[in-house]
Design a protein around this ligand. Structure first.
Ligand code: 0O2
Length: 210
């Protein structure tokens, strides 16, 4: 029962993200590749509270953790991440508690992602409740890197050999370049497509004229 408000908050936010996904660029394209969501495991909650020198009780979790409910939104391009975060900020009934821009300021290990903590209003039969949700918004490429880093971190329990950490940081740089290149390629594709359409219409007009 204690998890129910977090689950409700996830469902409500998921619906809002679906609406943004089909409305942000009209029917031309969609910013979101996929959405994952999870409720933090009991063991993970206890471990995080322990790291904060707190006892693993539900009251402590409720009071001190803002990521019991988590959504990961994987976008195609870096620009989609920015626009999606902007759209969420505009929803006046959602309370933005915190933002962390690890895209502009990557972590020293190379991690890149945009994080938001948002409080979601939930209207139940007994009244209004508020539950926080951590939203991580990142590109497919950033997610690819983060998944591998997560695996390596756990494999070495945080003590990966220096050459592995160094190579991973280098990969983060390559992933950043790849994101930039894919974005400009997408812009070039859209421009070329528009030019082609324009030329086709011109030709139809000319043929009609003759
Ligand atoms: P899990 O298992 O994913 O839930 P804060 O209390 O806000 O100062 P916190 O909670 O670490 O610090 O917040 P932050 O920095 O926004 O990170 C939250 C989540 O982002 C983490 O959750 C990870 O999911 C992800 N993350 C942050 N840094 C890294 C990183 O260097 N590599 C990878 N792969 N993921 C990262 P949890 O609770 O740590 O883990």
């Amino acid at each position: 029962d204690l998890i129910v408000p977090y689950q409700d908050a996830l469902n409500l936010l998921k619906a809002r993200l679906d609406v943004l996904n089909h409305s942000m660029y009209g029917n031309k394209s969609h910013p979101i590749h996929n959405i994952q969501f999870r409720i933090k495991q009991k063991a993970s909650i206890e471990e995080k509270l322990k790291r904060m020198d707190l006892q693993g009780s539900f009251m402590n979790a409720k009071e001190h953790l803002q990521d019991i409910a988590g959504i990961r939104v994987i976008c195609y391009f870096e620009k989609d991440v920015e626009l999606l975060a902007e759209q969420l900020r505009k929803q006046s009934d959602l309370i933005l508690v915190k933002e962390k821009d690890y895209i502009t300021n990557p972590k020293p290990n190379g991690y890149r992602s945009f994080h938001m903590i948002i409080e979601v209003p939930i209207y139940t039969s007994t009244g209004k409740q508020i539950a926080p949700v951590e939203i991580q918004i990142r590109t497919i490429a950033m997610d690819f890197w983060a998944s591998l880093e997560h695996k390596i971190y756990y494999k070495f329990e945080g003590n990966a050999p220096e050459y592995i950490s160094r190579d991973l940081r280098e990969c983060a740089g390559i992933v950043g370049q790849l994101d930039a290149k894919m974005l400009s390629l997408n812009e070039a594709i859209l421009e070329a497509k528009e030019k082609q359409e324009h030329e086709r219409e011109e030709k139809i007009r000319e043929d009609e004229h003759h």
